[in-house]
Design a protein around this ligand. Structure first.
Ligand code: AFP
Length: 337
């Protein structure tokens, strides 16, 4: 079958009644912004965009020039389309309603404009993650509280990975689909429809240098993985850690695996390392739609009731059976088994 473009895929979904024209336009606009980010990243050292911006975000993290640039690109692209009521980003303290000068729509957009940005200066894959929610009925000027909806209410989620090729992975709640950017014609082309994460895996992703700070169930879980064939899991496991969540999740989308950023004594007070609203939730929606699973270790990720825009959570996601195993270790620990 002839490959189809993102535009054509979205029009087909609209004709099938799965999205409306506003959501289609929203996704097109986000995808266009991601192409612009991809071009800026692709220029690398020649574009003068590498290095620190000399500023920090709300999370107290140093911002890279490309963090700021990517944020500005997404904000500017989405301000005037008429499909959004408000936006929120990792790089902004609070959400922003769409300015009065522009028409407002019914959707809310959250994004991490450049995930893994500490990898940018060493030319390793980074990405953009986004999540789309409905603006609550009757709300015309949304504030932070209107974004605090559980992940189950997401109408769309996606990420773009800027690697050897640029790929957009998207779900509107009817499977997860992979689009690859054709740089010559400037279009995202559907390259894998209904991608499926294998239920089982022999590969885990975690920052092992945090081992001594982990909770007991995580210590036991990874301890058992490391024992391989001779241990209780009865098979040898391989490990990978890119330190760009998008790249690690993309590997799992492609060939299975489990990604974890567990609770540890360094991040316990904050609730975890990764952000719920624009990292964990969109990735959980994408992974579930690809047949995988996502959990905090103690609760399905998409069921978490958010309490803050920049809330952090522990994350376990990927191959369904392996996530169930990680959850089992937490349950057994909590039950004192
Ligand atoms: P940066 O965007 O600051 O590089 O953080 C990336 C990230 O949020 C996520 O993409 C990685 O999985 C994780 O942090 C890496 O964490 P470690 O620095 O502990 O490896």
């Amino acid at each position: 079958m002839k490959p189809i473009s993102l535009t054509r895929y979205l029009i087909q979904e609209q004709h099938a009644g799965r999205i409306n024209a506003d959501l289609r336009l929203l996704i097109e606009v986000v995808a266009r912004a991601c192409k612009t980010i991809s071009i800026a990243i692709g220029k690398g050292a020649l574009g003068g965009v590498l290095g620190d911006a000399g500023t920090g975000n709300i999370q107290g993290e140093a911002q890279k020039k490309l963090d700021v640039l990517s944020n500005d690109i997404l904000l500017e692209a989405n301000a005037w389309g008429g499909h959004l009521a408000g936006l929120a980003s990792e790089e902004m303290d609070h959400s922003q309603p769409i300015p009065d000068a522009f028409q407002r729509g019914n959707y809310l957009l959250l994004f991490d404009p450049l995930d893994g940005s500490s990898n940018i200066d060493v030319n390793i894959s980074v990405g953009t993650i986004f999540s789309v929610l409905r603006c609550p009925e009757g709300v015309t000027t949304p504030g932070d509280e209107h974004f605090l909806q559980p992940g189950t209410t997401q109408v769309c989620a996606g990420y773009t990975t800027y690697g050897p090729s640029t790929q957009l992975v998207l779900t509107i709640g009817h499977g997860t689909h992979v689009f690859t950017l054709d740089r010559e014609i400037g279009s995202f082309i559907l390259t894998t429809r209904d991608v499926q994460v294998p239920a089982e895996t022999k590969e885990f992703a975690v920052n092992m240098s945090n081992q001594r700070f982990w909770e007991a169930p995580m210590q036991r879980y990874v301890g058992d993985l490391l024992q391989g064939k001779e241990g209780p899991r009865g098979k040898d496991f391989n490990m990978r850690w890119v330190a760009s969540m998008v790249a690690d999740v993309h590997r799992i989308i492609t060939r299975g695996g489990i990604f974890s950023y567990p609770l540890d004594s360094k991040c316990r007070d904050k609730g975890g390392k990764l952000r719920l609203m624009y990292e964990a939730n969109p990735m959980a929606f994408i992974i579930e739609q690809a047949g995988g699973a996502a959990s905090t270790g103690r609760q399905r990720m998409l069921d978490v009731q958010p309490t803050g825009l920049h809330q952090r959570v522990p994350v376990f996601l990927g191959s369904r059976d392996e996530v169930a195993e990680a959850v089992r270790y937490h349950r057994e620990h909590d039950q004192g088994a």
